[in-house]
Design a binder for this molecule. Sequence first.
Ligand code: CMC
Length: 401
Amino acid sequence: KGLRVADKGFLNTAVLRSEITYIDGEAGVLRYRGYPIEQLAVQSSHLETAYLLIYGSLPTKHQFQTFQDEIMHHSVIHADAEQFFRSFRYDAHPMAILTGALAYLGSYYSEANPSLQGQNLFTKGDKASLAIMDKQIYRLIGKATTLAAMAYRVRQGREFVTPPTGLSYTGSFLYQMDHLGQENYVPNPVLEKALDVLFLLHADHELNASATTVLQTSSSLVDPFSAVAAGCASLYGPLHGGANEAVIRMLISIGKPENVPAFIEAVKKREKVLSGFGHRVYKTSDPRSFIVRKTADEVFKITGKDELLDTAMALHDAAMKDEYFIKRKLAPNVDFCGLIYRAMGFPNDFFPVLFAVPRVVGWLAHWRQMMLQPGGVKIWRPRQIFVGAAKRDYVQVDDRI
Ligand code: CMC
């Protein structure tokens, strides 16, 4: 009652106050906890930035060492989980496996489940419950790479690899994937660093669809594994994290640069969507896209240029000077990084996983902030404007026409 307009797609609805990520979509500004993304991409690392996003300040040496050690220590998965992975078909989409695996993981940790504990564990904020909260954060960030690598290997019928010791977060991930199938595989340090930068760029992006899903789900005080699985499901869609996979499929379908004008015309007639373009918040180029370009140059020096790069550049240039895109303020978003993943040898359908794994950090930062917000958690229960039938009486089946 009293509600007149539904805010479809939440164009103008703020649901919380947040201290985590700041975006100025008109100016193309992105800051994590006040630090410009450009500075973090060059000077920080994914795990250091994870600490920053979750706890609010850059860690001291000791804080970082403890955080990193805990995460790497918690990267191992219980051997029983292998059966779960083996139950998937060989051609299952890795996002379906990862989403299921994150929810499955929650069944191992009853200490993290408020329903089983009979109390609101995470909203208390005392020392003991903060320690339990931290442990789930270590587990989820640590195990995300291991689950992703298992999702990758199970489809190839390969044995799983125990997370190694002594490697960086992305080094360990690449090692477990051994995605190029080389003997005595040692991750290339340039590719390891490039992946770390891409992970950092994907770590958080304020209230996008998946972070919102995590918070909506967590507002019922469900355990964080279930909430992160829900976020992963949201990210899977082609308008969100699935867009990096969609970009490559689109580029393959366009083929050569000379086919770009016809594709652009089809987009303008709404027969096609230009994946990797447009954003709810950015009305200018996504600042991450410049860092993606620089990272691509470094990767291509090692891997060689991707054959789709020329088509991608032709598409970019054509869209940026076309009135349709200029009028709607459509510019490239972060999802052209699929070209880098492709050059590194990852299969197309694995790209959304390479978005989900680092985004676990942002989801957890939002989850922690919400659990500890002053005044406790309020369940997210939006209202609707009912436009269905008025009261009517039940009709017996023989009397229906
Ligand atoms: N290609 C063609 N037209 C587009 C595109 C596009 N990629 N994006 C938006 N438009 C048009 C849209 O049709 C609309 O036109 P009109 O006003 O004439 O009806 C206008 O631009 C405004 O777009 P919108 O759909 O109202 O914008 P939105 O904020 O609801 O959607 C979006 C944002 C990202 C879902 C959309 O731009 C899109 O579908 N992009 C392609 C998918 C993509 O790359 N997604 C990744 C987003 S960035 C990474 C992430 O956070 O996941």
